[in-house]
Design a binder for this molecule. Structure first.
Ligand code: SAM
Ligand code: DTB
Ligand code: SF4
Length: 328
């Protein structure tokens, strides 16, 4: 029987999943994963920072905030020809989705129109589009939907309880409001968070609980491991153990059976074996390409070699509409 989609998870239930023996948790995650996806296919997205640095928000993990001196050079909105060249390169490297990120608190109307032009141009290259621009109201979300935007990324980042320790310049409710505006405009939602910011397991459970109890599960759930950037307040955070990270992936998979769970930032600090465990646990999407927004990502050759060793193939979105229901 297929695992039903639930939106009424309780914190105790989620914590009980985290506390299971690793082997039992992994088996449950794999069982759910195989009901909905081909376990040997992983979706590839590529990131491009189209407007870098100088952001007025104070997110303590972020190298792009003006509040912290990280030595990052700010850059204005990238010209369309450079964006298109990057999109073509991403497609040639096997990416099916092209994600453009801007270090804004919230885009102005003019900026939304400029990004809408980029979205149309990237769509014309035969790539799915995703953008992450900060807070949106309904009218701005609608403009992006009209341009053919497939996904909007906006993360909850952590649990409601820990959130205030990480960001003071926008509220959790602001984030939920943006997600509702995106959903109402008919754009698919990409929403996840970051682990390894000094949060407790309770907070990791709290983040996944919030995501799973949204009115509709995000189609894409990026789980980032904090990239510790010198100059940010979180640069000296204690690393999260690989097994605890894999547990987080397992629980995300169990709570949101039909969502793509993306093993996102932080892969340069993971060995092949930890990444392999993440794929076993139900992670079925990654960022490929040698840069995230401002920090490094594994080299393409390393990712391809690991895929080869594990028998994983990139998911061809055009050929196979996902998620699928595999026969057990
Ligand atoms: N400025 C927009 C916003 O925050 O809404 C969009 C870009 S912002 C860089 C997108 C996401 O990247 C953040 O929500 C956060 O989850 C993630 N991120 C930023 N810095 C990170 C880091 N050092 N390690 C892991 N994830 C990070
Ligand atoms: C997401 O959840 N992770 C990506 C994407 N959405 C925009 C961003 C990761 C950024 C890592 C730090 C950097 O490269 O600046
Ligand atoms: Fe700005 Fe986004 Fe970085 Fe926060 S995460 S400082 S909003 S770019």
């Amino acid at each position: 029987m297929l695992t039903p989609l639930r939106h009424d998870w309780q914190k105790e239930e989620v914590l009980k999943l985290f506390e299971k023996p690793f082997s039992d948790l992994m088996f449950e995650a794999q069982t759910v994963h195989r009901q909905h996806f081909d376990p040997n296919k992983v979706q590839l997205s590529t990131l491009l920072s189209i407007k870098t640095g100088g952001c007025p928000e104070d997110c303590k993990y972020c190298p792009q905030s003006v509040h912290y001196d990280t030595g990052l050079a700010a850059q204005a909105l990238m010209p369309i020809d450079e964006v298109l060249q990057a999109a073509r390169n991403a497609k040639a490297a096997g990416a099916s989705r092209f994600c453009m990120g801007a270090a804004w608190r919230s885009p102005t109307n003019r900026q939304v129109h400029q990004v809408a032009t980029l979205v149309r141009a990237v769509n014309d290259e035969g790539l799915e589009t995703c953008v992450t621009l900060g807070m949106l109201n309904e009218a701005k979300a609608q403009l992006l939907a009209d341009a053919g935007l497939a996904y909007y990324n906006h993360n909850l980042d952590t649990s409601p309880e820990y959130y205030g320790d990480i960001i003071s310049t926008r509220t959790y409710q602001d984030r939920l409001d943006t997600l509702a505006a995106v959903r109402d405009a008919g754009i698919k939602v990409c929403c996840g968070g970051i682990v390894g910011m000094g949060e407790s397991r309770d907070d990791r459970a709290g983040l996944l609980l919030e995501l799973a109890n949204l009115p509709q599960h995000p189609e894409s759930v990026p789980i980032n491991m904090l990239v510790r950037v010198a100059g940010t307040p979180l640069s000296a955070s204690e690393t999260i153990a690989g097994v605890e990270f894999v547990r987080t992936i397992c629980v995300a998979r169990i709570l949101m059976p039909q969502s793509f769970v993306r093993l996102s930032a932080g892969r340069t600090n993971m060995n092949d074996e930890t990444q392999a465990l993440c794929y076993l646990a139900g992670a079925n999407s990654i960022f490929c390409g040698e840069k995230l927004l401002t920090t490094p990502n594994p080299e393409n050759e390393a990712d391809l070699a690991l895929f080869e060793a594990l028998g994983i193939e990139p998911l061809d979105i055009a050929a196979e509409e996902a998620p699928i229901c595999a026969v057990l």
